[in-house]
Design a protein around this ligand. Structure first.
Ligand SMILES: [Zn+2]
Length: 251
């Protein structure tokens, strides 16, 4: 039985597992960055120290696929993995709105940023002919510390309420995130919306196909040349991007 959206309009706790039945997964799709914990050694890792490449480093680290699910969900996972292309608008509407996102990020203007993000999503939903999805632009990313790992939440998507949340400031330094990272996250979250509403998947996994689709949308919106992504196997049936090879264009 389909559970109606929360009438209060508030987002549920993204870390809480839902208990109601739904055609979609009951919890949000979280999009995180994981990296080794270095606090115990009292060495602050590069992403804490900051610097020009810290965002890029984080961005590259999160390009790791989910482990394939067993049994029931495997077919959907493989379907997602196999869809590597995404139709793109032929007009420049998304690119125009993307410029507004860049301007708002540059000024650190959260209200302008929220307005531009909603405009971007409205235009994208219209093009892909999917139900509208909302967006909240929040401040510093939540950071969770585990025994050996920390995760930083970049964004999430709630399938039941069709609400995207994106964070505009880094977890530790509270700096405004880079335009590229922010736009990449917004496109990434929107692709979760497409998985449910366009592709008809009942869950949205971080597969190689998912990352390819998100990158296609990102490069279109930013008007940059798409890169072919090269993957290498990782433990647990996962894949991670081979950035040196990807940046070389293969070879
Ligand atoms: Zn995600």
């Amino acid at each position: 039985m389909h559970r109606p959206p929360d009438s209060s309009g508030t987002q549920r706790d993204p870390y809480r597992i839902g208990v109601t039945r739904s055609p979609f997964r009951a919890r949000n799709v979280e999009c995180i960055c994981s990296f080794p914990r270095a606090i115990r050694r009292k060495v602050r890792p590069a992403w804490v120290r900051g610097g020009q490449n810290s965002h890029a480093r984080i961005e590259k680290r999160r390009m790791l696929t989910d482990a394939p699910p067993r049994r029931a969900n495997r077919a959907g996972f493989l379907e997602s993995d196999g869809i590597k292309t995404l139709d793109l608008p032929r007009d420049g509407r998304l690119r125009l709105i993307t410029k507004s996102i860049a301007t708002a990020i540059g000024a650190g203007a959260s209200q302008d940023l929220h307005r531009a993000c909603q405009e971007f999503l409205d235009a994208a939903c219209e093009f892909y002919q999917v139900p509208a999805c909302g967006v909240r632009v929040l401040a510093a990313r939540p950071l969770r510390v585990r025994e050996r790992w920390m995760t930083e939440l970049f964004g999430d998507y709630a399938p039941e309420t069709m609400l995207i949340r994106v964070w505009m400031r880094t977890a530790v330094r509270k700096d405004v995130t880079s335009f590229g990272t922010f736009l990449s996250t917004l496109c990434h979250e929107f692709c979760h919306h497409l998985d449910f509403q366009k592709l008809g998947l009942h869950d949205s996994w971080h597969t190689r196909g998912f990352y390819e689709r998100a990158a296609t949308l990102y490069h279109h919106a930013r008007d940059t040349a798409p890169k072919q992504l090269f993957w290498v196997p990782a433990p647990g049936g996962r894949w991670r991007i081979n950035w040196p090879r990807t940046n070389r264009g293969g070879g």
